[in-house]
Design a protein around this ligand. Sequence first.
Ligand code: C2O
Ligand code: CU
Length: 528
Amino acid sequence: PTIREYDFRLYKATLSPDGVPRTVYTVNGQFPGPIIQANVGDQIIMNITNQLGEPTAIHSHGIVQNGTNWFDGVPGITQCPIPNGGNFIYNYTVDVPGTYWYHSHYIAQYVDGVHGPLIVQDPADPHLSLYDYEYVVTFQEWYHNTTEDLLHIKMSANHTGDSPIPDSVVMSGIGQYNCSSANGFNGLSCNSSVTPPTYVVQSGKRYRFRIINTSADNHFYFSIDNHTMLLIEADGINIKPVTIQKLPINIAQRYSVIINASQPVGNYFIRASATTACQVLNNVTINIDHLESLNWNATGILHYEGANNSAPTSQEWPDTSEPTCDDVPDASLVPFVANPPPQNVSQQFTFNLTFNGANQSSPSIFLVNNSSFSPNFISPTIMQLSSGVSTQSLAANQNVYAYDNTTGGVELIFINANGGTHPFHLHGHSFYIVGKGGNGTSPDPSTYNLVNPPLRDTATISSRGWMTIRYYADNPGIWLLHCHIEWHVEMGMVVQLVERYTEFRQRTIPSSVKNLCQSSSSSTTSTT
Ligand code: C2O
Ligand code: CU
C-alpha cells in the first residue's frame, strides 16, 4: 500500500463556471477540487487548511472508514467543525475500489464548490480488459447565489419549503448561461459563450467514464449522442455489464460506463440533463412555467482526434420511455460477484418520512419518525458517547438509533409519506436493496431479493413509496443516514445510526479530533 498525501487549502475565489462571476468555495483555487487517485488498500492523508472564513469538515462519500469513524467528516456527529484558520488531517485507508467523491459536510458548503472526485483503482478490476483509458465527469445544478443566501431565504418562516431555483447546470465545473436573461450582475462581466468541457477520444479506443452527480437537488439523465454506454459500476460495486443509451443518476450517486469510439470521426454532445419533473415533485408549490423556461442541461463535447473544432450537430437519443426520478432499475444493477445480503435480521428499524409545511409561522421541515434533526456542532455525538452519555438520552433529541447486536443483519425500512423522491445515503456501509416499491404500496417481504440484490451507498425512495435495505453490522461507529437533497438535510431529514456502541465506546479517539472540540468550545466561551 502507498500513502497518498493531499494538501487541500480551502478558500473563496471569484470564478465564473457558467460565465457569471460569483464567490466559489474552492479547493486549492479549483472548482471542482483536485482528483484524489489511489489504489485499493492505499492510505489517504488529506491535510485540510481552512481559509474559507467559516467552519468546515470534509466527508469522503462512500468510503466506509472501517475503524476510523472519527475521520468520516460529519460536523456535529463524528467531529467538531474545523474552525476558520484551522488545520486538520483526515487519515484513512481505502478498502473498496470504485468511484467516490469527497465533499464538505458543513451545512450546504459542498454546493458552493467544496468537493472533488475520489477514485480508487483496482489492478484486478474484472472490467479492466474492456477499456483503454478513463475520464471523470461531474455535474450539478448551479446557482448564482451562495447557499448561505439561498438558505437564508429558504429557511425563513412563511416560506413554503420550495427548493431554490438553479440558474444553470455545470459539467466538470463548466456551464453555459444566456447573459441576456440575466438581471444585474453588480457591474460584473457575463460571458454567454464559455467553451464546454471537451473529452478527446481516439477512434477505435474504448473509454471508461466515471460519472458523479454532485448536485444539491437534481436527478439527471446522462448520455452521449450516437454512443451506447456499457454500465459496469454503481457506487463502487462492479455490476454485470448492461448496455444503455441514457443513464438516470440521482444526487451523490456514481456510475461507470464504457463507450467505444467507433462512430465516424467528429464531435458529439455529452449531455447531463436535469430531470425537471423530479424538481417539481420535490417542491410543494412551484411555478412550473418558470421551471420549463430554464435550460437545465449541461453539455460537454466528445471530440475525436482528427475532427475539426466545429460545434457538434448530433442529436440526443430519443426517450424510450417517460423519464423517471428513480434509479437504474434493480434488475440492471446485479453485482458482478454474487454477494448475498444477511439472510437473518437481528435489528430492524422503520423510518416514516413526512413533511410539515403547514405551519406558516416557522420554516417547513422534514421529519423522520416525527423528529427533525439538527446537528450539535459544539458537542458532537462521538464526544458525548465517549464521555458516557447513554444512547437513550442521545436518541431523545438527536435522532439516534443504536444497536449492539452483531449476530444477524440490520434491516432498515423506509416509508415515504411524501410526494417527493429522496435519494438516501448511508455512511459507513454499502447496503443491499432487498425490496422497493412505488406510489401507495407497502413493504412486502415476500418480494424481497435475498440472493444477489443491488449493493450501493445511495438509493432513491420513490414518491409515496418504500424501500427495504440490509447490511452487516461489521463497522462500529456513528453513521449518518440521510436524504442527499441538500435542502432536505437542512430541513432535518437525517438520523444517526450508532453501531455496536459498547465496542465503539472503548476505542481511543485520536487527540487531533478531540482538540478540534477544545478549540471550538474555547472560541465559543471567549465570545460569550
Ligand atoms: Cu455525500 Cu452524508 O454525504
Ligand atoms: Cu429528500
